[in-house]
Design a binder for this molecule. Structure first.
Ligand code: SF4
Length: 210
């Protein structure tokens, strides 16, 4: 297929730059401990300096993959599918979630919200980033807000973001992994003083699983 034809299908969300896919345990947030199939889509220009999946950033290094194939694989493993990245909303998620829903699979997304929300989701984890703030209606749609805490200022950012979310949105503070020893005590103290927040830990990293 010529590159322009491939790009046209990527633009339509019929091909997605697939970085990796794997069956594991959701380690973070509300669904932690739940077995789920992860689809990691390449492409992200948010540029978090502490990002632990920088290999995902350049979409061109990940093969444009037919979403029918992605769904076929996912359906073999789990009824809960987590789409992550990268920033999955770089792409039109409508066709992928239509097909996942067509197989009666539960659709979860982990997103910074930096691009308009597309797709039909059973669970939206919004993890906003300071350098490219969420856009559009995602604050109204998010089921959980997960703010990654790298330093003390991130707690102020967390409150600013929480003020924008809907009333049912569950609020999480999660230590950034590389500074977890430093920031976890600060988060624990903050959550005890501000119990509308909960602590989210990257339990999959403690379990040494993907
Ligand atoms: S939004 Fe996510 S994938 Fe993109 S740079 Fe930030 S942490 Fe990395």
């Amino acid at each position: 297929m010529e590159k322009k034809d491939t790009m046209a299908l990527v633009d339509k969300g019929l091909l997605l730059p697939l970085m990796e896919e794997f069956y594991t345990i959701q380690g973070e947030g509300f669904h932690k401990g739940t077995a789920a199939y992860f689809i990691r889509v390449g492409g992200c220009d948010v540029g978090c300096h502490w990002c632990d999946v920088k290999e995902s950033w350049n979409a061109e290094t990940h093969p444009p993959t037919d979403i029918e194939l992605i769904v076929e694989n996912a359906a073999k493993y789990s009824d809960t599918i987590v789409v992550t990245g990268g920033e999955p909303l770089t792409w039109d998620m409508g066709p992928l979630t239509d097909r996942l829903k067509g197989r009666n699979l539960k659709t979860h997304i982990e997103t910074s919200g930096a691009y308009p929300l597309t797709g039909d989701w059973d669970w939206i984890c919004l993890s906003p980033k300071k350098n490219k703030l969420p856009v559009g209606r995602i604050y109204n749609e998010a089921h959980e807000l997960k703010v990654i805490v790298y330093n003390k200022h991130d707690l102020i950012f967390a409150e600013e973001q929480a003020a924008l979310t809907n009333k049912d949105c569950i609020l999480y503070l999660q230590p950034e992994w590389s500074v977890r020893d430093k920031v976890t005590p600060m988060i624990v103290d903050y959550v005890m003083k501000n119990p509308k927040w909960k602590v989210s830990l990257q339990t999959h990293k403690y379990l040494n699983i993907p």
